[in-house]
Design a protein around this ligand. Structure first.
Ligand code: COA
Length: 258
């Protein structure tokens, strides 16, 4: 299948999904989200695919977040629907019976950090940067970040990242437990391929069962449902409109707490 915003290749059983909007730092717009959904469906349904990796095109970004230009004018209900759709697709990644690894080559911010966290694990280049900057926009993470970051980094570190909106280096992300290993930029894809080829030599049904069991650890749906509601409510605030407008106008936001 060919895509508008993704590049895909299948090599030695490894399906590489590259998000390809480098001029917008691979921000996830509606088309990227829909095509990601279709590409993950391919992982599930194509017997020639044994494992997958997700990465970003260009030297700068994995994914710099959801596309902020699509946030303007959304109502609370539309915000909730956007979050719910992201949840469904990222759940599909998380619950894939075949391993899916994030190869994080640059900025993994907001929805990009959440996308990486929904993969089974993360390998990063030295140039990668991680963060959940939504509070800068009068928003909160809407694609599972408030839940998965706690699982990956623990409550204190997740709280600090989510409340401050700060960006951390790949090395810091590794020390937080978000990232498994950090390699030189040119070694990133070869390293992920090597790791996946090793995993592919194991029993496929056992791999699927490991993924299923690990995902069942403390996986109540409650926190995610709450996140959908809270994310949607941000769209009813003036601060969210101000935050997104300020970003697009390349100026500092002036938040009023309304
Ligand atoms: N949504 C929409 N467009 C985005 C984007 C996003 N999340 N992130 C980057 N872009 C666009 C920029 O608007 C710019 O477009 P333009 O060239 O048409 O003006 C282009 O990508 C390059 O980004 P720019 O900001 O010029 O690059 P930079 O190197 O100065 O800064 C970042 C890089 C990642 C620090 C900055 O782009 C940023 O803060 N992005 C938003 C991150 C974010 O808040 N994500 C969470 C969204 S919920």
């Amino acid at each position: 299948m060919s895509y508008q915003t993704l590049l895909t290749t299948l090599d030695n059983g490894i399906f590489t999904i590259t998000i390809n909007r480098p001029d917008k730092l691979n921000a996830i717009n509606k088309t990227v989200m829909d095509e990601l959904n279709a590409a993950v469906d391919e992982v599930y349904s194509n017997p020639a695919i044994q494992s997958a990796m997700i990465t970003g095109a260009g030297p700068k970004a994995f994914v710099a977040g959801a596309d902020i230009s699509e946030f303007m004018g959304l109502t609370k209900e539309q915000g909730m629907a956007l979050s719910k759709k992201g949840h469904d697709i990222f759940f599909k990644i998380e619950h894939s019976p075949k391993p899916i690894v994030a190869a994080v080559n640059g900025f993994a911010l907001g929805g990009g950090c959440e996308l990486a966290l929904s993969c089974h694990f993360i390998i990063a280049s030295e140039q990668a940067k991680f963060g959940q900057p939504e509070v800068n926009l009068g928003l909160i993470p809407g694609y599972g970040g408030t839940q998965r970051l706690v699982q990956a980094a623990g409550k204190g570190r997740a709280m600090e990242l989510l409340l401050s909106g700060k960006t951390i280096s790949a090395q810091e992300a590794m020390s937080y437990g978000i990232v498994n290993s950090v390699v030189a930029p040119e070694e990133l894809l070869p390293k992920v391929k090597e790791v996946l080829l090793n995993i592919q030599s194991k029993a496929p049904i056992a791999l699927a069962k490991v993924i299923d069991c690990v995902n069942r650890f403390d996986h109540t749906k409650h926190g995610y449902d709450h996140e959908v509601k809270q994310f949607g409510e941000c769209f009813a605030t003036e601060d969210m409109k101000e935050g997104a407008t300020a970003f697009l106008e390349k100026r500092k936001p002036d938040f009023k707490g309304k």
